[in-house]
Design a protein around this ligand. Structure first.
Ligand code: NDP
Length: 270
């Protein structure tokens, strides 16, 4: 097993209080990094902070309330990271959620909200942490990376998620431009394209949509069948986290402007 020691490095995970973000924070802490997480709901954030501190006693962990769509929140989050750790080496743009809607039932307002969420959840944190990432790229550790959690919908749209799919495609394009613009500064920018990953979002849908006697396992297995997922199941948050970890660290030091598919084989293109 490859062991990678990230002590002295700082990973920032937006939306680190649940699902993929929380699993990613765990992975970085396990590798010895200092970690900063954010989310909007203070209760969920406090629970995540307590769970991580219990799992990694003495962890260098900062948990701060921050809505990535609020410029002031994001800049205060970056300042808090600078004050606490003095640096940021890896930024994981993960915060967000999907929107189920067809073209017929997506209003102008819903389109704007969706485009706002998908674009600015990448734009604002990237802009706010860029000065620290530049310093990291020029410093001793010489690894600076941005990794975005994106969806396979970017390449393979679904009509029942029309706005999310369209916004995801645009963000994938933005990530490519960012990778080229930041490459001379030795900051790598990549993404993961996920299919369906067990997380808070899906737990909430299960609570709303499952039959009263249907277990989580039965409900997800049925959905995986309906959605023709070749590996026959939902992904686990830690499986997405491992791909994020690879793209954030020197394990992928010659990779930028690229992505890893974490969809269980759902992608139809070669
Ligand atoms: P979860 O709901 O489990 O986690 C989402 C996290 O993001 C939470 O910590 C949430 O905290 C936070 N968050 C959401 N909106 C904001 C915001 N505006 N500002 C700050 N934090 C925010 O879901 P996942 O782990 O599944 O989601 C992670 C990412 O993966 C999301 O971007 C999602 O769209 C994407 N994705 C997930 C898929 C899946 O199947 N799970 C499929 C495709 C994409 P809080 O609500 O307290 O703010």
């Amino acid at each position: 097993m490859i062991r990678i020691d990230l002590s002295g490095q700082v990973a920032v995970v937006t939306g680190g209080s649940s699902g993929i973000g929380l699993a990613t924070a765990e992975l970085f802490l396990r590798a010895g990094a200092s970690v900063a997480i954010c989310g909007r709901n203070t209760e969920r954030l406090a629970q995540a902070e307590a769970a991580l501190n219990a799992q990694f006693p003495g962890a260098q962990l900062l948990a701060r309330r921050c809505d990535v769509l609020d410029a002031e929140d994001v800049s205060a989050f970056a300042q808090a990271v600078q004050a606490r750790f003095g640096r940021a080496d890896m930024l994981i743009n993960n915060a967000g959620q999907g929107r189920v809607s067809t073209f017929a039932d997506t209003s102008d307002e819903a389109w704007r909200e969706e485009l706002d969420l998908k674009y600015f959840s990448v734009i604002r944190p990237t802009r706010a942490f860029l000065p620290m990432l530049r310093d990291a790229a020029n410093g001793g550790a010489a690894n600076a990376a941005v990794v975005c959690v994106n969806s396979l919908l970017a390449l393979q749209p679904e009509p029942h998620m029309v706005a999310t799919s369209s916004a995801r495609a645009g963000v994938q394009n933005l990530i490519k431009s960012l990778a080229v613009e930041l490459a001379p500064q030795r900051i790598r920018v990549n993404s993961i394209l996920i299919g369906i990953v067990e997380s808070g979002q899906w737990r909430r849908r299960y609570a709303k949509e499952a039959q009263p006697d249907q277990s989580w396992e039965d409900w997800t297995a049925e959905l995986a069948r309906k959605k023709n997922i070749p590996l026959g199941r939902f992904g686990k948050p830690e499986e997405a986290a491992q791909a994020l970890f690879y793209l954030a660290t020197t394990l992928s030091s010659y990779t930028t402007g690229s992505h890893i598919d974490v969809s269980g084989g759902v992608a139809r293109h070669v």
